[in-house]
Design a protein around this ligand. Structure first.
Ligand code: ZN
Ligand code: ZN
Length: 373
């Protein structure tokens, strides 16, 4: 600028007093020659004509009174109250799209159970000009029954899983452990609004669980098969038509085998442990030597359990030699001797023992051998 001025003076000696602002940029609104933005507005005029953000005075939220889920972005889910307010603000806040370096701070003050006063500070830069807004809004949370609860209330269901035992009645313990896997299974998978129990209860011969989703029924059954072995059978029944397609309900009959992993069975005069489940039966592992074989469900049904896994004991070895060990019989506190299992490596401090045909037998597998789960 200084140079231009000098040259001007040098080049036109007699024309002193020319308009110095000629050609210089100025605000198109107020003609101010202060620093201008891209739009050729001075900062005050730019600020007057530009809005960083907008937020409604009241923001409507919805909460299901039955399950306390909140509706956010068109979806139902569980949220902490603060997190929910933040989500609503982010959903409703309109921000000028040229803005960057955006900062949002929210202060909440509960008015009553349904209404919360929010003070929302929004800061950002537009074309390099710093903006700050303070919005004060009220969120109002109204009741709205979510689709899951609506369906539950209407006893909606798609599938029934029947828990049964093959050949005998399910015991109370078995029932508890079978049913218990439902909750852990549900926690392990992605949530879905249709994943709920519509009804459940004891029936003759077992326990029925009525579910909101066929996919859930199938998924849980697979989980049961992996965990407890057994068989499952699917039946579909047509209950009506909707949009030109058959509306069906699924029934899955799950049969838990009358055996558990590590139960001892007798087969061809020898004793075996149930080692693992497979699709068509079990893998059994011999107690007296390293040997494994497969049994079909049909084969299994012909065998009997000699010692159930839940009755096995873990005892401390009091004294051992190369082939036998002493332990204290917890039934009468007498010291007894038992042959060491074939896979004993001499380092174990305890033994797993089972009472088979009135004799204590030390079991292989858990004493340094393979542990199956
Ligand atoms: Zn201006
Ligand atoms: Zn609900």
């Amino acid at each position: 600028m200084v140079q231009d001025f000098k040259r001007g003076v040098d080049g036109a000696k007699h024309t002193g007093g020319v308009n110095m602002s000629l050609g210089k940029a100025f605000c198109v609104v107020c003609a101010s020659e202060d620093e201008l933005t891209k739009d050729r507005l001075c900062v005050p005029c730019f600020k007057e004509r530009t809005t960083l953000s907008k937020l409604p005075d009241t923001i409507q939220g919805f909460r299901c009174p039955k399950c306390m889920m909140y509706m956010h972005d068109g979806r139902w889910g569980h949220h902490e109250s603060d997190e929910y307010h933040q989500g609503l603000v982010e959903e409703k806040l309109e921000v000028e799209n040229r803005a960057d370096a955006l900062g949002i701070a929210i202060m909440t003050e509960e008015i009553d159970e349904r209404n919360t006063r929010l003070s929302v500070q929004v800061t950002g830069l537009i074309d390099g000009v710093q903006f700050e807004d303070i919005h004060s809004s009220i969120t109002r949370i109204s009741n709205s029954v979510c689709p899951t609860c609506t369906r539950k209330a209407g006893n909606y269901f798609e599938a029934t899983v029947q828990l049964r035992s093959s050949g005998r009645k399910l015991t109370e313990d078995e029932l508890t452990s079978l049913r218990g896997t439902f909750d852990t299974y549900l926690e392990s998978i992605d949530p879905d609004p249709m994943f709920f129990i519509s009804k459940e209860g004891k029936v003759a011969g077992g326990f029925d669980v009525v579910l909101g989703s066929k996919a859930l029924a199938r998924g849980w059954t697979k989980h049961l098969l992996r965990r407890f072995g057994g068989t499952s059978k699917e039946t579909n029944s047509v209950v009506g038509r909707k949009d030109g397609e058959d509306l069906t309900r699924l029934t899955i009959s799950y049969r838990k085998p009358a055996f558990n992993l590590r139960d001892v069975i007798r087969r061809q005069g020898r004793y075996w442990l149930i080692f693992a489940w497979q699709k068509d039966g079990a893998v059994i592992s011999s107690i007296d030597r390293q040997e494994r074989t497969g049994l079909t469900w049909r084969d299994l049904e012909k065998t009997s359990v000699e010692s159930e896994a839940k009755d096995h004991l873990e005892v401390e070895i009091l004294k051992r030699d190369s082939s036998a060990a002493d332990f204290m019989d917890p039934n009468d506190w007498k010291v007894r001797t038992v042959s060491l299992p074939y896979d004993d490596d001499g380092s174990q401090a305890t033994l797993h023992i089972a009472l088979i045909a009135d004799e204590w037998v030390a079991l292989p597998g858990m004493n340094g051998g393979e542990v199956n789960e």
